[in-house]
Design a protein around this ligand. Structure first.
Ligand code: OFO
Length: 177
C-alpha cells in the first residue's frame, strides 16, 4: 500500500522527469562546449549531468521506500545549438529556476497535506537548488565582467575550471567527513 497521496505521486513522477531532463540537458551542453574547445565548461556540465542523474535516482528510492512504483519518463530532446557561452549559462539559470519552482510546489503540497515524510525528503533539494543557482549566477556575473567574445572565452573557461577544482575539493572533503 502506498504511503503517498495521488497528487504527491504525480508531482514526484514529474520531478523525476525534471531531473532526467536536466541530466540530458547538461550532457548536451557538455558536448557543445567540447565542440567549442571549452574543456573546463565541458567538465563542469558533465559533472552536473551526473549529479542530476543522482537527484533523479534519489526520488526513485524515496518513492520505492514509500511503497510506490515510480514512473520512468520519456525525455524530450534538449536544444543542441547555441551561439554564445553567455546564452548557455543564461539558459542553465532559467532551467534551474524552473526546477526550483517545481520543488517548491512539492513542498507546498506536502505542507498542505501534512505529508511530513515528503516535506523532510524535499529539504535536501531546496538547499541543492539554492547552491546551484548561486554557482550559475556567479558564472554569469563573471562572464559579464570578462565579456564573451574571442579571447574572453579562454578566460571564462579558466574560471569555470577553477570552479571545477573547488567543487571537487569540497566534494572530497564531504566524502571524508
Ligand atoms: Fe537537480 O539539481 Fe538542479 O536541477
Amino acid at each position: 500500500m502506498a504511503d503517498l497521496s495521488t497528487k504527491i505521486i504525480q508531482l514526484l513522477d514529474s520531478q523525476i522527469l525534471n531531473e532526467s531532463y536536466a541530466s540530458n540537458f547538461y550532457l548536451a551542453l557538455s558536448y557543445w562546449c567540447d565542440d567549442q574547445g571549452l574543456k573546463g565548461c565541458k567538465s563542469f556540465f558533465l559533472r552536473q549531468s551526473e549529479e542530476e542523474r543522482i537527484h533523479m535516482l534519489k526520488i526513485y528510492e524515496y518513492m520505492s521506500e514509500m511503497g510506490v512504483h515510480p514512473t520512468t519518463p520519456a525525455i524530450e530532446q534538449p536544444p543542441m545549438n547555441y551561439t554564445k557561452i553567455k546564452e548557455v549559462f543564461e539558459k542553465v539559470f532559467e532551467q534551474e529556476r524552473s526546477v526550483t519552482k517545481a520543488i517548491h510546489e512539492i513542498v507546498r503540497v506536502s505542507t498542505e497535506e501534512n505529508d511530513y515524510s515528503t516535506l523532510n525528503f524535499m529539504q535536501w533539494y531546496i538547499s541543492e537548488q539554492r547552491e546551484e543557482e548561486a554557482v550559475i549566477r556567479d558564472i554569469i556575473d563573471k562572464i559579464k565582467v570578462i565579456g564573451d567574445g574571442g579571447q574572453s572565452l579562454y578566460y571564462i573557461d579558466k574560471e569555470v575550471d577553477k570552479l571545477n577544482l573547488q567543487i571537487q575539493a569540497a566534494e572530497g572533503g564531504e566524502e571524508q567527513a
